[in-house]
Design a protein around this ligand. Structure first.
Ligand SMILES: Cc1ncc(C[n+]2csc(CCOP(=O)(O)OP(=O)(O)O)c2C)c(N)n1
Ligand code: SF4
Length: 310
C-alpha cells in the first residue's frame, strides 16, 4: 500500500488556526479537515470562505474562531475574492516593496464548489491565479438542512431528494470535481478525506509549493446529514476509502497517482449500511452502486497505472 506522508507526528505544529470553541456539531469531519488544512497552511494565510457550515460555525457574531485573516464571501464568489486578494498582494509587492509570502486560499462546501461557485472557481483556475481551493465535501447543503447537491451520492436520502414510495432519493451520480479541476490543466489536483490527517496536510504542503492554482477535494464526514453516530466519523471516512467509494489520489501535471491502493476493496454495503441516509436501499440498489464504484475506481487505477508504465 502506498501512503502519503511527509509528516512525522512530532513535526506537526501545536498551533491551531481555527480555535476550539467553534459551534460545529459533535463529530464533525468537516471542521476536522479544515483544522488540518489550516495547520499545514500556517499563519501567513488569508482565507476566502464561502457561506456554509464552516463559515457559520466559526463566526457567530460577535465571536470568531479564526486565528488568521478570513473573509466571509457569498456562495458565488469565494474564488473571485481570492483572485482579488492575490492580485492585491502582487500590487503591494510591485509598488510598495511588500515581501511577505502569503498563501491565498479559497474554501467552501460541495454546494459552494460544485454548484453555485463553480463559475468563479473555473474563472480563477483558468486565469491562473496563485491560490489554493479547498472543497469540504459533506455531500449535501448541510448548513441549511441537508438539501441535495451535485455531490450527493446516488441513493442518498436528503430533504430535497427524499426517499419514499415515489423515489429512492438522489438518482444522479456524484459530480467528479477533481476531473473538472484537472480539465483546467492546473498543476496540482488532489482528493483526500477527513479521516486521514497526514494525507490532508501533505497535500496542502504540496499545493503551497505550486505557483498557480491548485485544487484539493476533501470528503468530509457529516454525522448530522449522513445520519450516523458522531463517534463513527473517522471509521466512516476510512470505509469510504476502503470500499473504493472515495479513492484518494493526486493529479500532478495531468499524471494520476492513487495514494491508497488497496489489494482488495471492501463491499460498499459495509459503508452504506451504517448510515441512515442509505437505510432504504434494497439489494438491487446496492448492487448498482457496487458496480458503479468498481467502474470508477478501476478508471482511476488505470490512469495511475498508465503513468507508472510511462
Ligand atoms: C445564492 C445563495 N443561495 C442560497 C443560500 C443559502 N445557503 C447558505 S449556506 C447554504 C448551504 C451550504 O452548503 P455547502 O456549500 O454544501 O456547505 P455545507 O454547509 O454543507 O458545509 C445555503 C443553501 C445563500 N447563502 N446564497
Ligand atoms: S451539519 Fe455536518 S458539516 Fe455542518 S457542522 Fe454539523 S456535522 Fe459539520
Amino acid at each position: 500500500m502506498e501512503t502519503l506522508s511527509i509528516y512525522a507526528p512530532k513535526l506537526i505544529t501545536n498551533r491551531e488556526y481555527i480555535a476550539s470553541g467553534h459551534r460545529a456539531c459533535s463529530g464533525c469531519g468537516e471542521v476536522l479537515a479544515m483544522r488540518y488544512v489550516c495547520k499545514a497552511l500556517g499563519r501567513n494565510t488569508i482565507i476566502s470562505n464561502a457561506t456554509g457550515c464552516m463559515e457559520i460555525i466559526s463566526t457567530p457574531l460577535p465571536q470568531t474562531a479564526w486565528e488568521v485573516p478570513w473573509i466571509h464571501t457569498l456562495f458565488e464568489n469565494a474564488s473571485a475574492v481570492a483572485s482579488g486578494i492575490e492580485c492585491g498582494l502582487k500590487a503591494l509587492k510591485r509598488k510598495h516593496g511588500y515581501t511577505k509570502e502569503v498563501k491565498v486560499v479559497a474554501m467552501g462546501g460541495d454546494g459552494a464548489t460544485a454548484d453555485i461557485g463553480l463559475q468563479s472557481l473555473s474563472g480563477a483556475m483558468e486565469r491562473g491565479h496563485d491560490f489554493i481551493y479547498v472543497c469540504y465535501d459533506n455531500e449535501a447543503y448541510m448548513n441549511t438542512g441537508i438539501q441535495r447537491s451535485s455531490e450527493t451520492p446516488f441513493g442518498a436520502s436528503t430533504t430535497t431528494a427524499p426517499a419514499g414510495k415515489a423515489s429512492m432519493g438522489q438518482h444522479t451520480w456524484k459530480k467528479n470535481m477533481a476531473a473538472i479541476a484537472a480539465a483546467h490543466e492546473i498543476q496540482y489536483v488532489a482528493t483526500s478525506c477527513s479521516s486521514y490527517p497526514f494525507d490532508i496536510m501533505t497535500k496542502v504542503e504540496k499545493a503551497i509549493k505550486i505557483k498557480g492554482p491548485s485544487y484539493i477535494h476533501i470528503l468530509s464526514v457529516c454525522p448530522t446529514g449522513w445520519r450516523c453516530p458522531s463517534n463513527s466519523t473517522i471509521k466512516m471516512g476510512r470505509l469510504a476509502v476502503e470500499t473504493g467509494i472515495f479513492p484518494m489520489y493526486e493529479i500532478e501535471n495531468g499524471k494520476y497517482t492513487l495514494n491508497i491502493d488497496l489489494p482488495k476493496l471492501r463491499p460498499v454495503e459495509d459503508y452504506l449500511k451504517l448510515q441512515g441516509r442509505f437505510r432504504h436501499l434494497d439489494k438491487d440498489n446496492t448492487a448498482e452502486i457496487q458496480e458503479k464504484v468498481l467502474e470508477e475506481y478501476n478508471k482511476v487505477k488505470r490512469l495511475a497505472a498508465g503513468n507508472k508504465a510511462k
